[in-house]
Design a binder for this molecule. Structure first.
Ligand code: MN
Ligand code: MN
Ligand code: ZN
Length: 280
Protein backbone atom coordinates (compact mmCIF):
# COMPACT_ATOMS: atom_id res chain seq x y z
CA UNK A 1 0.00 0.00 0.00
CA UNK A 2 1.15 3.51 -0.84
CA UNK A 3 2.25 5.28 2.35
CA UNK A 4 1.97 9.03 1.85
CA UNK A 5 1.38 11.67 4.50
CA UNK A 6 2.30 15.05 5.89
CA UNK A 7 3.65 16.58 9.05
CA UNK A 8 0.60 17.21 11.26
CA UNK A 9 0.21 19.59 14.19
CA UNK A 10 -0.15 18.37 17.77
CA UNK A 11 -1.53 21.74 18.93
CA UNK A 12 -4.85 20.09 19.79
CA UNK A 13 -3.25 17.06 21.37
CA UNK A 14 -1.70 13.85 20.11
CA UNK A 15 -4.93 11.95 19.57
CA UNK A 16 -6.34 14.84 17.53
CA UNK A 17 -3.26 14.75 15.31
CA UNK A 18 -4.32 11.30 14.08
CA UNK A 19 -7.78 12.64 13.22
CA UNK A 20 -6.17 15.53 11.40
CA UNK A 21 -3.97 13.15 9.42
CA UNK A 22 -7.00 11.05 8.56
CA UNK A 23 -8.98 14.07 7.35
CA UNK A 24 -6.11 15.11 5.10
CA UNK A 25 -6.00 11.60 3.63
CA UNK A 26 -2.67 10.48 5.07
CA UNK A 27 -1.62 6.83 5.18
CA UNK A 28 1.41 7.78 7.30
CA UNK A 29 2.33 10.95 9.19
CA UNK A 30 4.94 12.90 11.12
CA UNK A 31 4.59 14.86 14.36
CA UNK A 32 6.70 16.81 16.82
CA UNK A 33 6.56 15.59 20.40
CA UNK A 34 6.46 19.18 21.69
CA UNK A 35 6.97 22.71 20.43
CA UNK A 36 10.04 22.37 18.18
CA UNK A 37 11.39 25.80 19.14
CA UNK A 38 11.37 25.06 22.84
CA UNK A 39 13.54 22.95 25.14
CA UNK A 40 10.62 22.18 27.41
CA UNK A 41 8.44 19.13 27.02
CA UNK A 42 4.83 19.07 28.17
CA UNK A 43 4.00 16.13 30.36
CA UNK A 44 1.63 13.79 28.52
CA UNK A 45 -1.20 12.37 30.62
CA UNK A 46 -1.32 8.63 30.63
CA UNK A 47 -4.90 8.76 29.42
CA UNK A 48 -4.02 10.81 26.39
CA UNK A 49 -1.19 8.48 25.50
CA UNK A 50 -3.63 5.56 25.76
CA UNK A 51 -6.17 7.29 23.51
CA UNK A 52 -3.42 8.00 21.00
CA UNK A 53 -2.18 4.43 21.04
CA UNK A 54 -5.68 3.02 20.61
CA UNK A 55 -6.38 5.30 17.68
CA UNK A 56 -2.99 4.55 16.16
CA UNK A 57 -3.71 0.82 16.22
CA UNK A 58 -7.17 1.36 14.74
CA UNK A 59 -6.39 3.74 11.91
CA UNK A 60 -4.46 2.76 8.82
CA UNK A 61 -1.97 5.60 9.23
CA UNK A 62 1.41 3.96 9.67
CA UNK A 63 3.99 4.72 10.57
CA UNK A 64 3.59 7.92 12.52
CA UNK A 65 7.12 9.17 13.08
CA UNK A 66 8.38 11.77 15.54
CA UNK A 67 10.68 14.53 14.32
CA UNK A 68 13.04 15.98 16.93
CA UNK A 69 12.98 19.69 17.76
CA UNK A 70 14.96 22.37 15.93
CA UNK A 71 17.15 23.27 18.89
CA UNK A 72 19.04 20.06 19.48
CA UNK A 73 22.55 19.66 18.09
CA UNK A 74 24.54 16.52 18.86
CA UNK A 75 27.63 18.03 17.18
CA UNK A 76 27.69 21.34 19.04
CA UNK A 77 30.97 22.44 20.64
CA UNK A 78 28.95 24.52 23.15
CA UNK A 79 28.75 22.63 26.42
CA UNK A 80 25.50 24.19 27.56
CA UNK A 81 23.66 23.36 24.33
CA UNK A 82 25.16 19.89 24.31
CA UNK A 83 23.89 19.14 27.81
CA UNK A 84 20.42 20.36 26.88
CA UNK A 85 20.54 18.32 23.67
CA UNK A 86 21.36 15.08 25.42
CA UNK A 87 18.63 15.74 27.97
CA UNK A 88 16.13 16.51 25.19
CA UNK A 89 17.13 13.39 23.27
CA UNK A 90 16.31 11.24 26.28
CA UNK A 91 12.95 12.96 26.61
CA UNK A 92 12.24 12.51 22.89
CA UNK A 93 13.02 8.81 23.11
CA UNK A 94 10.70 8.49 26.10
CA UNK A 95 7.94 10.32 24.25
CA UNK A 96 8.23 8.07 21.20
CA UNK A 97 7.92 5.02 23.43
CA UNK A 98 5.12 6.54 25.52
CA UNK A 99 3.08 7.07 22.35
CA UNK A 100 3.70 3.50 21.23
CA UNK A 101 5.71 4.68 18.23
CA UNK A 102 9.02 3.51 16.85
CA UNK A 103 10.82 6.10 14.74
CA UNK A 104 12.60 9.27 15.82
CA UNK A 105 13.93 11.41 12.97
CA UNK A 106 16.98 13.47 13.84
CA UNK A 107 19.33 15.79 11.99
CA UNK A 108 22.88 14.57 12.62
CA UNK A 109 24.13 17.95 13.85
CA UNK A 110 26.12 21.07 12.99
CA UNK A 111 29.75 21.39 14.10
CA UNK A 112 29.66 25.23 14.16
CA UNK A 113 33.29 25.53 13.16
CA UNK A 114 34.78 22.78 15.33
CA UNK A 115 35.47 20.73 12.21
CA UNK A 116 33.63 17.94 10.38
CA UNK A 117 35.58 15.02 11.80
CA UNK A 118 35.23 16.31 15.34
CA UNK A 119 31.52 16.88 14.83
CA UNK A 120 30.95 13.43 13.37
CA UNK A 121 32.86 11.77 16.20
CA UNK A 122 30.84 13.66 18.78
CA UNK A 123 27.60 12.51 17.12
CA UNK A 124 28.86 8.92 17.26
CA UNK A 125 29.86 9.28 20.89
CA UNK A 126 26.48 10.78 21.79
CA UNK A 127 24.49 8.06 20.06
CA UNK A 128 26.59 5.42 21.78
CA UNK A 129 25.86 7.08 25.12
CA UNK A 130 22.14 6.96 24.30
CA UNK A 131 22.19 3.41 22.96
CA UNK A 132 21.01 1.82 26.21
CA UNK A 133 17.87 3.91 26.49
CA UNK A 134 17.22 3.74 22.73
CA UNK A 135 17.39 -0.05 22.80
CA UNK A 136 15.46 -0.36 26.03
CA UNK A 137 12.63 1.77 24.68
CA UNK A 138 12.73 -0.06 21.34
CA UNK A 139 13.09 3.19 19.45
CA UNK A 140 14.79 3.41 16.09
CA UNK A 141 16.65 6.62 15.32
CA UNK A 142 16.57 7.75 11.70
CA UNK A 143 19.37 10.08 10.60
CA UNK A 144 18.13 12.61 8.07
CA UNK A 145 20.13 13.56 5.00
CA UNK A 146 20.85 17.30 5.08
CA UNK A 147 21.36 20.01 2.45
CA UNK A 148 24.75 20.91 3.92
CA UNK A 149 23.90 24.51 4.69
CA UNK A 150 26.15 26.19 7.23
CA UNK A 151 28.13 23.56 9.13
CA UNK A 152 25.41 20.90 9.02
CA UNK A 153 26.74 17.37 8.78
CA UNK A 154 25.11 14.49 6.93
CA UNK A 155 25.06 16.12 3.49
CA UNK A 156 26.73 13.14 1.85
CA UNK A 157 26.11 9.43 2.23
CA UNK A 158 29.68 8.76 3.38
CA UNK A 159 29.13 10.88 6.51
CA UNK A 160 25.94 8.99 7.33
CA UNK A 161 27.75 5.70 6.75
CA UNK A 162 30.59 6.81 9.02
CA UNK A 163 28.13 7.51 11.84
CA UNK A 164 26.22 4.26 11.25
CA UNK A 165 29.36 2.13 11.05
CA UNK A 166 30.72 3.50 14.32
CA UNK A 167 27.66 3.20 16.52
CA UNK A 168 26.32 -0.05 17.89
CA UNK A 169 22.73 0.98 17.18
CA UNK A 170 20.55 -0.26 14.33
CA UNK A 171 20.25 3.24 12.85
CA UNK A 172 18.01 4.00 9.90
CA UNK A 173 17.98 6.88 7.45
CA UNK A 174 15.44 9.48 6.32
CA UNK A 175 16.05 10.52 2.72
CA UNK A 176 14.92 14.13 2.20
CA UNK A 177 14.62 14.72 -1.54
CA UNK A 178 15.05 18.52 -1.23
CA UNK A 179 18.12 18.18 0.96
CA UNK A 180 19.73 15.46 -1.17
CA UNK A 181 19.23 17.54 -4.32
CA UNK A 182 20.49 20.76 -2.73
CA UNK A 183 23.50 18.80 -1.45
CA UNK A 184 24.43 18.01 -5.04
CA UNK A 185 22.88 14.62 -5.89
CA UNK A 186 20.97 15.08 -9.13
CA UNK A 187 17.86 13.01 -8.42
CA UNK A 188 15.91 15.14 -10.92
CA UNK A 189 17.14 13.12 -13.90
CA UNK A 190 16.69 9.41 -14.50
CA UNK A 191 20.42 8.79 -14.75
CA UNK A 192 21.13 10.93 -11.67
CA UNK A 193 18.47 9.15 -9.63
CA UNK A 194 19.89 5.74 -10.49
CA UNK A 195 23.43 6.86 -9.67
CA UNK A 196 22.35 8.47 -6.41
CA UNK A 197 20.48 5.38 -5.23
CA UNK A 198 23.43 3.21 -6.19
CA UNK A 199 25.75 5.46 -4.19
CA UNK A 200 23.33 5.40 -1.28
CA UNK A 201 23.13 1.63 -1.41
CA UNK A 202 26.90 1.24 -1.55
CA UNK A 203 27.55 3.64 1.34
CA UNK A 204 24.56 3.19 3.65
CA UNK A 205 22.51 0.31 2.25
CA UNK A 206 18.95 0.65 0.96
CA UNK A 207 17.77 -1.62 3.78
CA UNK A 208 18.40 1.26 6.18
CA UNK A 209 16.12 3.58 4.23
CA UNK A 210 13.03 3.80 6.44
CA UNK A 211 11.49 7.14 5.49
CA UNK A 212 11.41 9.64 2.64
CA UNK A 213 10.79 13.35 3.16
CA UNK A 214 9.19 14.22 -0.14
CA UNK A 215 9.94 17.87 -0.84
CA UNK A 216 10.73 19.73 -4.03
CA UNK A 217 13.71 22.09 -3.88
CA UNK A 218 13.66 25.84 -4.36
CA UNK A 219 17.46 25.89 -4.54
CA UNK A 220 19.45 24.64 -7.49
CA UNK A 221 21.46 21.43 -7.59
CA UNK A 222 24.33 21.75 -5.13
CA UNK A 223 23.09 25.11 -3.80
CA UNK A 224 23.08 23.78 -0.20
CA UNK A 225 19.89 25.80 0.20
CA UNK A 226 17.40 24.15 2.57
CA UNK A 227 14.22 25.61 1.10
CA UNK A 228 11.34 23.25 0.42
CA UNK A 229 8.99 23.72 -2.50
CA UNK A 230 5.62 22.21 -3.46
CA UNK A 231 5.86 18.93 -5.38
CA UNK A 232 6.67 19.66 -9.03
CA UNK A 233 7.05 23.42 -8.54
CA UNK A 234 10.75 23.34 -7.76
CA UNK A 235 14.01 22.23 -9.33
CA UNK A 236 13.27 18.50 -9.09
CA UNK A 237 10.06 18.98 -11.06
CA UNK A 238 7.11 16.82 -12.04
CA UNK A 239 9.06 14.29 -14.11
CA UNK A 240 11.67 13.99 -11.38
CA UNK A 241 9.02 13.21 -8.80
CA UNK A 242 7.22 10.75 -11.07
CA UNK A 243 10.44 8.72 -11.20
CA UNK A 244 11.16 9.10 -7.47
CA UNK A 245 7.65 8.15 -6.36
CA UNK A 246 7.54 5.06 -8.56
CA UNK A 247 11.13 3.87 -8.27
CA UNK A 248 11.22 0.24 -7.22
CA UNK A 249 13.73 0.98 -4.44
CA UNK A 250 11.61 3.83 -3.05
CA UNK A 251 7.97 3.06 -3.76
CA UNK A 252 7.49 0.94 -0.65
CA UNK A 253 9.14 3.44 1.68
CA UNK A 254 6.74 5.77 3.59
CA UNK A 255 6.79 9.30 2.18
CA UNK A 256 6.14 12.44 4.25
CA UNK A 257 5.56 15.86 2.69
CA UNK A 258 7.18 18.86 4.41
CA UNK A 259 6.04 21.29 1.76
CA UNK A 260 5.42 25.00 2.50
CA UNK A 261 2.31 26.54 3.99
CA UNK A 262 1.16 29.17 1.54
CA UNK A 263 -1.73 30.12 -0.71
CA UNK A 264 -0.40 28.22 -3.72
CA UNK A 265 -1.22 24.74 -2.50
CA UNK A 266 -2.61 22.90 0.51
CA UNK A 267 -1.38 19.60 1.97
CA UNK A 268 -4.44 17.89 0.50
CA UNK A 269 -3.55 19.23 -2.93
CA UNK A 270 0.09 18.15 -2.62
CA UNK A 271 -1.04 14.64 -1.70
CA UNK A 272 -3.36 14.67 -4.73
CA UNK A 273 -0.45 15.68 -6.97
CA UNK A 274 1.70 12.88 -5.58
CA UNK A 275 -1.10 10.34 -6.02
CA UNK A 276 -1.66 11.48 -9.61
CA UNK A 277 1.99 10.71 -10.33
CA UNK A 278 1.84 7.28 -8.75
CA UNK A 279 1.68 4.31 -11.11
CA UNK A 280 0.28 0.96 -9.99
MN1 MN B 1 14.12 17.29 9.18
MN1 MN C 1 13.15 16.80 6.07
ZN1 ZN D 1 14.69 20.92 5.06
Amino acid sequence: MFRIGVHVSISNGFAEAIKLAKNIGCTCAQIFSHSPRSWSFTQVEKKEAETFKKRYLKENIKPIVVHESYLTNLATPKQEVYKKTMDAMKKEINMVALLGLKYLVIHPGAHLGAGEKKGLNQIIDSLNQLSDIINKKRVEVLLETTAGSGTNLGYNFEQLAYIIDNTDLPLGVTFDTCHVYAAGYNIATQKGLEETLEEFNNAVGLKRLKLIHLNDSLGELGSKLDRHEHIGMGEIGVDGFRRIINHESLRNVPMILETPFDERRTDIENIAVVKSLRED
